[in-house]
Design a protein around this ligand. Structure first.
Ligand code: C5P
Length: 233
């Protein structure tokens, strides 16, 4: 049986958050940082054989983190998210067939129902992997460098990619090894080898914390989640 491994890249600097330290260490729920909330929520789901976090070599905060269960810490972050994930995959030393679920540290509002749907989608033996995603509801414009609209994209085919994204360890390592700098998620690397990737309906509260305004939204979302399911479910 292939294992289910969770890899959380947390080696970004989070410049757009403008707080002077990496956004994953921002206190989110009481004393708990964003990274602690993300990791503890996912560990509490009891769906993974191993949980690992990738931080940068110079990370000065990770040792103070309070994780509720065992977490492997890999100090091998790279210059890009793709590089951090690739280095983390190599450190995991998984079997080629193992499923690796990659989830942004900056998405603390991940819910168990979405992850279960993602896992269930892997029962389809025709697919190489799957991602959580949301159908786009706004009309999408393709805009040039002068902020002038060039065209409207048919939104009926558009989905926003969320995380987790799950692929076989061996295939993902191969895809990321040959990925260029334009790759911003695992699916993006896998698509280039014509992999069959299933889109699984995610949740709109699973937002990525990017700008200062996102913090209040995430705190509200976490409150709502905790009320519904108990603190980490
Ligand atoms: O910067 P962005 O919000 O897209 O980052 C998404 C996730 O990837 C975050 O959890 C961040 O810490 C991680 N990341 C990383 N290594 C980088 C850049 C981002 O692990 N070099």
């Amino acid at each position: 049986m292939p294992k289910r491994l969770l890899l959380i890249p947390a080696a970004g600097v989070g410049e757009r958050m403008k707080i002077g330290y990496p956004k994953q260490y921002l206190p989110l729920m009481g004393e708990y940082s964003m990274l602690e909330v993300t990791v503890n929520r996912l560990s509490a789901m009891e769906l993974f054989d191993q949980v690992a976090v990738v931080v940068s070599e110079s990370d000065a905060y990770i040792d103070k983190c309070r994780f509720d269960s065992e977490v492997s810490i890999f100090r091998c972050g790279g210059a890009t998210r793709a590089q951090s994930v690739l280095n983390g995959l190599k450190a995991l030393k998984a079997e080629d067939e193992d499923w690796v679920f990659v989830h942004d540290a900056a998405r603390p509002c991940i819910d168990k129902d979405s992850v279960v749907r993602l896992i269930e989608s892997l029962e389809d033996s025709r697919i190489d992997g799957a991602i959580l995603a949301l159908k786009v509801t706004d009309t999408i414009k393709w805009v040039n460098e002068d902020y002038l609209i060039e065209k409207t994209i048919d939104r009926s085919h558009c989905y926003r990619a969320l995380t987790p994204q799950v692929f076989r360890s061996g295939q993902l390592i191969a895809a990321l090894t040959s990925a260029d700098t334009l790759v911003t998620d695992e699916a993006g690397a896998m698509e280039r080898s014509r992999a069959k990737i299933k889109v699984v309906e995610g949740s709109s509260i699973n937002i990525k914390v990017t700008y200062p305004n996102d913090i209040d939204i995430v705190r509200q979302n976490l409150k709502a989640l905790n009320k519904k399911r108990g603190i980490y479910k």
